[in-house]
Design a protein around this ligand. Structure first.
Ligand code: NAD
Length: 420
């Protein structure tokens, strides 16, 4: 069970429930469901790490490969105190459908270590990252499974993982991880890709719903990589970002926050709280603010049956993975909220990770404009593919996205043969 942004809910149960809904809508045969529903491999690792005080502390970590049906496993690594194997299984499952929705040739995987990076020194983090990389080494590689950053993991951590893997091979292997620093084979635009992808899917949604972006009110929960970049792009597009939050608290300004200044303030102080000229509100008030666009960009279970009724947004853009529970989905649907589901909304990150891997494997790098144009094309096409199912089949957007993702994986499984 997870203690995250809202009430506790097992994310893996949510992932299985959403799979079943899609499989039922697609009328998938049982033999196919058995092949594609569950993780292919689950590795649990024991990570003894020498801390700065000289004592050895034992961490636990995981790498889950949910599917390699359409290509190598792909998915981030999360360093967080609430990481559990079930959370990693859920996130790996979502990666499978996500890669299929944006039609990139990957399966789904995810990794996690139960730890609190905020309380660790850089040296402790490096030793933990290297130990974790060594422990999952048999599973990963450019043709097998390619990790990337997720919550509280950074390009620096990806560099340590790439280095540990390369030391073991005896030659540099750039394509083993994505989200690397640019000087080590990272892609221009990767750092911004998740937030940028969120922005593109919201632009498409606004077009569909005839909501002007100019002066649209935006609320962002979670001001990290995904949330802050999305907020910046909304700000640049003329929308008013009226509230943002992080683990320390929430700030608001009905006239719109100066997002570049909030980003600079957070870089300086470590939090958005205390930003000059902004008022403070509670996390509950933030999610209940009247707005056109609400972006949950923190963790799972932010919007549950307990607070969904209070939401007053026209669009919810799931920058985070699994921020809305199935019960909340039903309430939001009744309220007429247009949902951009996570496996579509935040797929910009994995899309540019794919571009990074392609560039690494080809030893040929693209300029940032090229990366962003390709990303925009993928996100808009994927949005339209999901919207078509939503309109043609008269299902909700989450089910439409899951039908697209699960359907593509099922097609691959069928053509590869069910019984190897
Ligand atoms: P991050 O570590 O950069 O930022 C997380 C942010 O959320 C931090 O600002 C933190 O303070 C805040 N936060 C955590 N708990 C909160 C709470 N209860 N209330 C308010 N704020 C809270 O992480 P990120 O990479 O931006 O990831 C955020 C979400 O986006 C996760 O669900 C992640 O899986 C998803 N995601 C990220 C990427 C990516 O490329 N970074 C890609 C796809 C999906």
């Amino acid at each position: 069970m997870l203690a995250t942004a809202g009430v506790e809910k097992n994310a893996y149960d949510v992932a299985l429930e959403n799979f079943d809904l899609a499989a039922n809508a697609l009328d998938l045969e049982d033999s196919l469901r058995a092949r594609i529903k569950y993780p292919e491999r689950i590795l649990s690792v024991n990570l003894p790490v020498r801390m700065d005080n000289g004592k050895v502390f034992r961490f636990e970590g995981y790498r889950v490969q949910h599917s390699t049906m359409r290509g190598p496993g792909k998915g981030g690594i999360r360093f967080h105190p609430n990481v559990t194997v079930d959370e990693v299984k859920a996130l790996a499952t979502w990666m499978t459908w996500k890669c299929a929705v944006v039609n990139i040739p990957y399966g789904g995987a995810k990794g996690g270590v139960t730890c609190n990076p905020k309380e660790m020194s850089l040296g402790e983090l490096e030793r933990l990252s290297r130990r974790y990389a060594s422990s999952i080494l048999p599973l990963i590689g450019p043709e097998k499974d390619i990790p990337a950053p997720d919550v509280y993991t950074t390009p620096q951590i990806m560099a340590w993982i790439m280095d540990t893997f390369s030391m073991n091979k005896g030659y540099p292997v750039m394509g083993v991880v994505t989200g690397k620093p640019i000087c080590l084979g990272g892609s221009l635009g990767r750092n911004e890709a998740t937030g940028r992808g969120v922005f593109y899917t919201v632009v498409s949604s606004c077009e569909h719903l005839h909501i002007p972006m100019k002066d649209a009110r935006v609320v962002v929960q979670g001001f990290g990589n995904a949330g802050s970049i999305a907020a910046m792009l909304f700000h640049e597009a003329g929308a008013k970002v009226i509230a943002v939050s992080d683990t320390r608290g929430c700030i608001m300004n009905a006239k719109g926050l100066d997002i570049p200044a909030v980003i600079a303030f957070k870089e300086r102080t470590g939090t958005v709280v205390g930003f000059p000229g902004a008022g403070n509100i509670t996390p509950q008030e933030l999610l209940a603010m009247e707005c056109e666009i609400l972006v949950p960009a923190a963790l799972e279970n932010a919007i549950t049956h307990q607070n969904a009724h209070a939401v007053r947004a026209r669009i919810i853009a799931e920058a985070a993975n699994g921020p809305v529970t199935p019960e909340a989905d039903r309430t939001l649907l009744e309220k007429g909220v247009f949902l951009i589901p996570d496996i579509l909304c935040n797929a910009g990150g994995v899309t540019v990770s794919y571009f990074e891997w392609v560039q690494d494997e080809n030893h040929l790098f693209w300029d940032e404009n090229d990366v962003n144009l390709r990303l925009e094309k993928v996100m808009k096409k994927s949005f339209n593919d999901v919207l078509k199912i939503y309109l043609d089949r008269k299902v909700d957007m989450r089910l439409a996205a899951n039908m697209l993702g699960v359907g593509r994986v099922a097609d691959a499984a069928r053509i590869r043969g069910l019984y190897p």
